[in-house]
Ligand binder design. Structure first.
Ligand SMILES: Cc1cc2nc3c(=O)[nH]c(=O)nc-3n(C[C@H](O)[C@H](O)[C@H](O)COP(=O)(O)OP(=O)(O)OC[C@H]3O[C@@H](n4cnc5c(N)ncnc54)[C@H](O)[C@@H]3O)c2cc1C
Length: 433
């Protein structure tokens, strides 16, 4: 039985690699990798390597992914991350480094509030989780504005608390580093795409195959205007887009999918002359509501071969609070560059060798499990499994998506084996003696 896999990003590729069934990988683009793509830009001073923002590989809770990646040359790194608060750099996470703040009153209040945190508290929404976990002072000075800028939404109480929200937030002032304290990254100048390229080895991918519509009743799909039959689909495209392309979808499910919220994104990659301030930082968080970005990172501080000697390759994650489409996003690039110069991350505009802006239609999916549970149940009963960060509709990283793909591949293989066994037994029983 063939399983149709929509998407050749890390999730679809991991599924295909782990599956014992026959798979047909359909990828709408001419390249594999999805969001884990890398780009090389040749310039007069040498080659710069960029990803789609920081794509550092965390793997702590997913033993199976280490198995899938066995043989890939990955180098281990320790995070050197900072928070830029009140025009000063604090080591990340801020709930541990706030004690270095020059304002004693601020330090005293935060300390008191952190001591009162109740770690057993249950949360109904994201705003409540942040306030209860860090106290109101840290919430007001860092978490509120940073998260609003990242998600592109002012009212954080409309965001649910899903499986990954508490993992992503270090709810303690003790010496715990959090989920991204250590990470691995492909060695050499291949960038983050080293991972999907490795996963794709020995897999046959059908490029330029865009799934345009799906019919559940007839079990057919339209791929580039040709009709194909299907039995099982594993989709990694965004959940709301998937539902939108099912032409006989239930009205209630369609209505639910239209209520799912997500942020758009723009990553501004830059090849620049090194400045002293960049030091060996991995990345920096920016809560300041006036700045048009929420995080800036340095690929070449992690992997030096991603920029020529004396230069740096960096990324800027721009806030969707300031744009709602690609045109508006590109229009804020000059402002972002001005702000980077003001901070000191770029010496002067002349020191920018190259820029590459990447616009994202889907960046963060705002978790809303009361709706996504119903949608996933509906899809699965029709033989469609929607997985990965965008298919599941949660904030996962690559290792979590790969683990999910691995688990599903094993589940479906077992299901298909049981089905085949039952069919064989039935045909033996019905055979005449
Ligand atoms: C800015 C940013 C920073 C991130 N940073 C990190 C990080 O530091 N560490 C980390 O581990 N993770 C990070 N992630 C998350 C990581 O990118 C995702 O977890 C992972 O790439 C999701 O892979 P995926 O295969 O599920 O989806 P995608 O990568 O989106 O792949 C889906 C694929 O489906 C294809 N497709 C879509 N529609 C169709 C269609 N109709 N027909 C056929 N094909 C279709 C697309 O072309 C694409 O190739 C980051 C993500 C972003 C956006």
């Amino acid at each position: 039985m063939t399983i149709h896999v929509i998407g050749a990003g890390v999730t679809g590729l991991s599924f295909a690699k782990a599956s014992k069934d026959e798979v047909n990988i359909l990828e709408s683009c001419e390249r594999l990798g999805g969001k884990a793509l890398s780009y090389k830009v040749e310039t007069s001073v040498g080659t710069f390597g960029f990803d789609v923002g920081g794509h550092w590989f965390h793997y702590q809770r997913s033993p199976a992914v280490l198995d899938i990646l066995k043989g890939l040359d990955l180098k281990a790194h320790t995070r050197k991350a900072f928070v830029y608060l009140h025009e000063q750099f604090f080591k990340f996470p801020i709930q541990q480094s706030y004690i270095w703040h020059p304002d004693e009153k601020f330090v005293g209040t935060v300390k008191k509030e952190l001591q009162m945190v109740n770690y057993d508290h249950e949360y109904t929404n994201y705003e409540e989780m942040l306030q209860q976990s860090y106290g109101l002072t840290l919430y007001d000075s860092f978490f509120k504005d940073y998260n609003s800028k990242m998600y592109g939404i002012q009212d954080l109480s409309v965001i649910g608390v899903g499986r990954f929200e508490t993992i992503r937030n270090v709810r303690t002032n003790r010496n715990v580093t959090g989920y991204n304290g250590d990470f691995v990254y492909p060695t050499g100048d291949i960038g983050a795409s080293g991972i999907p390229l490795f996963l794709a080895d020995h897999l046959r991918i059908n490029y330029n195959k865009k799934v345009k519509s799906i019919n559940i009743t007839n079990k057919t799909m339209n791929i580039n205007n040709e009709t194909e039959s299907w039995d099982t689909i594993v989709s990694t495209m965004p959940l709301n887009s998937l539902i939108g392309m099912i032409n006989d979808v239930d009205d209630h499910i369609l209505a639910l999918s239209k209520q799912l919220k997500f942020s758009k994104g723009m990553i501004l990659n830059l090849g620049v002359k090194r400045t002293q301030l960049q030091g060996d930082m991995s990345w920096v968080y920016f809560p300041d509501p006036h700045l048009h970005f929420y995080r800036v990172g340095f690929y070449s501080n992690v992997e030096s071969s991603l920029a020529p000697l004396g230069y740096c390759s960096m990324y800027v994650e721009c806030s969707p609070l300031f744009f709602s489409n690609k045109e508006e996003a590109l229009a804020i690039v000059p402002t972002i560059i001005k702000e980077l110069i003001e901070i000191g991350f770029i010496g002067h505009a002349d020191e920018i060798v190259t820029t590459k802006a990447i616009y994202l239609d889907h960046n963060y999916c705002l978790p809303d499990t009361s709706k996504t549970k119903v949608i996933h149940h509906y899809l699965e009963s029709a033989g469609i499994y929607s997985i990965g960060r965008y298919g599941s509709w949660h904030w996962s990283s690559q290792h979590e998506d790969m683990q999910q793909a691995w688990d599903l591949a094993n589940k479906l293989t077992l299901r298909n084996l049981t089905k085949t066994k039952k069919m064989t037994q039935q045909s033996l029983v019905t055979q005449p003696f």
